[in-house]
Design a protein around this ligand. Structure first.
Ligand code: C2E
Ligand code: MG
Ligand code: MG
Ligand code: MG
Length: 292
């Protein structure tokens, strides 16, 4: 169509497409190389019981130390990894690396720390996933109940007819399962009831709107009531302020993660949090609210 209208338009259009395509190819090549050169690393977002600031778990978050572009967050490469299929080796590396690092944080006395790992749609659909995970956690000596797998509400909706089966296979390993970004997808409650899920992660958009925005506040209240009725655990994501914490605790959501407590930390940071620091992070200590 552009060609018929005007030769210049066509050339511009095709140049733009060419630029996008070559950028994509370049990114795909560097992703492949990056895996080979071990340019990826993991950060961990600590998760707290907001009633007593106890560390209850960590969520692994991948980063890419790109040789030219610098530090990249997943939003700039996860989709491409997903489309190109490179999520398979990347996802495999993430699982192995997180389980390996997890080993070094275990104290002989304490409760094992829960490790949460995100799965993309394509990873979730992989027929070998359960088998692969079983091999990885056995090798790392990670008790299955200490591993939590996060699948987004969007992924479950895209796999509506098979999600039950896939989740069931993972659940058979003895791992915990959570729905990430919950509340964003108008999920059918009747459907949710049949899934072998342990935990809902309330999406940051509702947590952050919470106390002030009455719409968001009522969504949070609805999710909390739902979780209670269905006997699901809850964790709030993206907690950034004391007023959000107060609101969540009043409504009955006890677990939280977010910048208020800590930004994602590297392995050493998590080690310090577990072993080195007897006291919780500064900000968390300053909290003073009455428990409901
Ligand atoms: P997610 O699983 O919902 O992860 C939470 C995201 O929120 C992380 O961004 C985290 O850094 C950010 N965050 C944490 N606390 C706060 C806060 O208080 N305020 C705000 N505004 N943001 C906060 P990140 O690391 O950029 O990850 C983005 C998404 O990329 C993740 O969302 C997840 O869907 C995906 N992702 C991250 N790491 C992995 C991975 O290892 N594997 C897979 N498959 N996906 C990953
Ligand atoms: Mg997540
Ligand atoms: Mg989330
Ligand atoms: Mg997200």
């Amino acid at each position: 169509e552009a060609k018929e209208a005007n030769g210049n338009t066509y050339r511009l259009f095709s140049r733009e497409m060419e630029r996008k395509l070559s950028q994509r190819l370049e990114m795909e090549t560097s992703l492949r190389l990056g895996l080979h050169r071990e340019e990826f690393f993991l950060l961990y977002q600590p998760q707290f019981d907001m009633r007593n600031q106890q560390l209850v778990g960590i969520e692994a978050l991948v980063r890419w130390n790109h040789p030219v572009r610098g530090l990249l967050t997943p939003e700039s490469f996860i989709d491409l990894a997903e489309e190109t299929g490179l999520i398979a080796p990347l996802g495999d590396w993430i699982l192995r690396e997180a389980c390996k690092q997890w080993q070094q944080w275990q104290k002989s006395d304490g409760q094992p720390l829960r490790l949460a790992i995100n799965l993309t749609n394509r990873q979730f659909q992989n027929a070998n996933l359960a088998k692969d995970i079983q091999a990885i956690i056995e090798e790392a000596g990670l008790p299955p109940q200490s591993l939590e797998l996060e699948v987004t509400e969007a992924t479950l909706m895209q796999n509506a007819s098979s999600a039950d089966k896939f989740l069931g296979q993972l659940k058979e390993l003895g791992v915990q399962l959570s729905i990430d970004d919950f509340g964003t997808g108008y999920f059918s409650l009747a459907y949710l009831q049949h899934l072998p899920i342990d935990r809902l992660k309330i999406d940051p958009s509702f947590v952050q709107g919470g106390p002030g925005d009455s719409n968001h506040a009522s969504i949070v209240t609805t999710i909390i009531d739902l979780a209670r009725n269905m006997d699901l655990e809850l964790i709030a994501e993206g907690v950034e302020s004391a007023s959000q914490i107060k609101f969540l605790l009043e409504k009955g959501c006890h677990l939280g993660q977010g910048y208020y407590f800590s930004e994602p930390l590297d392995g050493d940071g998590i080690g310090n949090l577990i072993n080195g620091l007897p006291e919780p992070p500064q900000k968390a200590r300053d909290l003073d609210f009455r428990l409901p």
